[in-house]
Design a protein around this ligand. Structure first.
Ligand SMILES: *Cc1c(COP(=O)(O)O)cnc(C)c1O
Length: 452
């Protein structure tokens, strides 16, 4: 029955609405001047469609709100913790489930207990907070993406994979200590590209041979599982939950930002197999987050995550979720707008270097394109290029991240119209120079001036 229809609809209806703020181009122009052309400095009511991030920006379901009412706020031994623990355990099979207020808190606790100065932690690609927490403990965060990852224009099904040869070479070196291997699913930093189950299995085998534990950065595990079902032989008939359970079965532990595939606005967890490591992590948790049955969250937050982990694996939700990004990307291609291919699970990345060849890197083409999308239509994306990474930038991209269950198809159609309009007037878009910047993480607070 369902297969008869081609239209993939939003698998929800709306019970509570939040008004959008329409602004005139003149108001947006003034807002840009005030913000120093930095989109992070805009007020949210100056933005019409906010595609800055998919982190913590999703909409919760009626069942999640209902479960929050049941939240048990007991300091110790909360029933909400038990529901949360059982949901995470059911999914991951990992015996120790440690709640934290968000993903980076799990990273901070795990690495404090496992990383010594000079240790190397490989990953398909480290997320920036993962890298920063490893470096904080004087470890070396090493990216080992597969070779296809660097070619943004050729579609491949699993560009998020780890380079197995390089991993093996690293682990074979007697002079380097590797306390754990990490795999980030999906691979956020290279465009939300998935990792195949075959790759995960192969990484596990290599880890076994060298007796090194494997950890999963699970922020977008459900989106990764959906791509496995759609693209990998042998998984066509599997449910997302079955695929997720297989994925976690290869892991000795996981860190999770529930602000992504937990379908909540705040929360996360650290889950581990090793009893002794769990004890040490819980001791640090008490010091920095809270008692082990709440870990920096309210009982109601634990309820919402438990329910979110269930909903995120519904096939109808994941089909709609993957389709939203694919639809936005396809419409961009039809209009001639270059993007990273294929679309990721959570975002579409516009290729600003290809769109604005007349703007050299030193004049921040991706910043210029992001500003133009806001100026024309109130759409806020984020620059992922030379402003964010300085001279180390590999590409000049504008990321349009999709909050979960928030925008409808007509919102996406509007975004496509704005992107297309910006593309048509691309030759008149000008570059920027930085007039003021802080010493670190300049993309958050730098101020710019438009070049004439
Ligand atoms: C967001 C994210 C994190 C960090 O989680 P926070 O909840 O933002 O602290 C870690 N890894 C990946 C892949 C992420 O996307």
């Amino acid at each position: 029955m369902a297969d008869q229809w081609r239209t993939i609809i939003e698998p929800f209806r709306i019970k509570s609405v939040e008004p959008l703020h329409l602004t005139s181009q003149e108001q947006r122009e003034r807002a840009l001047e005030r913000a120093g052309y930095n989109l992070f400095a805009l007020q949210s009511d100056e933005v019409l469609i906010d595609l800055l991030t998919d982190s913590g920006t999703g909409a919760m379901s009626a069942e999640q709100w209902a479960s929050m009412m049941r939240g048990d706020e007991s300091y110790a031994g909360s029933a909400s913790y038990e529901r949360f623990r059982s949901a995470v355990h059911d999914l991951t099979g990992l015996p120790h489930v440690i709640p934290v207020h968000q993903g980076r808190a799990a990273e901070r606790i795990l690495f404090a207990e496992t990383v010594k100065a000079g240790d190397v932690i490989p990953n398909n690609t480290h997320f920036d907070t993962t890298r920063a927490n490893i470096e904080h403990d004087e470890g070396v965060a090493l990216d080992l993406p597969c070779p296809e990852a660097s070619d943004t224009q050729t579609p491949a099904p699993f560009k998020g994979n780890m380079d197995l040869g390089k991993l093996e070479d690293l682990l074979a070196r007697p002079d380097i200590n590797v306390p754990m291997v990490f795999l980030t699913v999906t691979n956020n930093s290279i465009g939300g590209q998935p990792v195949s189950m075959a790759n995960i299995r192969a990484v596990r085998e290599i880890c076994d041979r060298y007796a090194v534990p494997l950890f999963i950065d699970a922020a977008r595990f459900a989106e990764n599982c959906w791509f496995v079902i759609e693209r990998e032989d042998g998984y066509e008939e599997s449910t997302p939950k079955e695929v997720a359970q297989e994925l976690f079965s290869y892991a000795d532990g996981a860190t999770m930002s529930a602000k992504k595939d937990g379908l909540v606005n705040i929360g996360g967890f650290l889950a581990v197999k090793d009893d002794e490591l769990a004890e040490r992590c819980r001791a640090l948790l008490i010091l920095t987050e809270g008692f082990p049955t709440y870990g920096g969250l309210a009982g109601r937050d634990l309820e919402a995550i438990a329910q979110g982990l269930h909903e995120v694996l519904e096939p109808g939700y994941l089909r709609y979720r993957a389709r939203t990004a694919a639809y936005l990307a396809e419409k961009c291609w039809e209009a001639g707008v270059p993007t990273v291919r294929p679309a990721g699970g959570h975002a579409v990345y516009l290729d600003a270097a290809a769109i604005l060849p007349h703007i050299p890197r030193e004049q921040f083409p991706a910043q210029a394109l992001a500003v133009e999308l806001y100026r024309l239509g109130g759409v806020r994306g984020v620059e992922v290029g030379s402003v964010m990474f300085g001279a180390a930038a590999q590409q000049e991209l504008v990321r349009l991240a999709l909050p979960r269950r928030v925008y409808t198809q007509s919102h996406i159609d509007y975004v496509i119209e704005v992107v297309t309009a910006a593309f048509h007037r691309r030759t008149s878009i000008r570059g920027f120079r930085i007039v003021d910047e802080p010493p670190f993480l300049r993309h958050f607070t730098a101020r710019f001036a438009e070049l004439v």
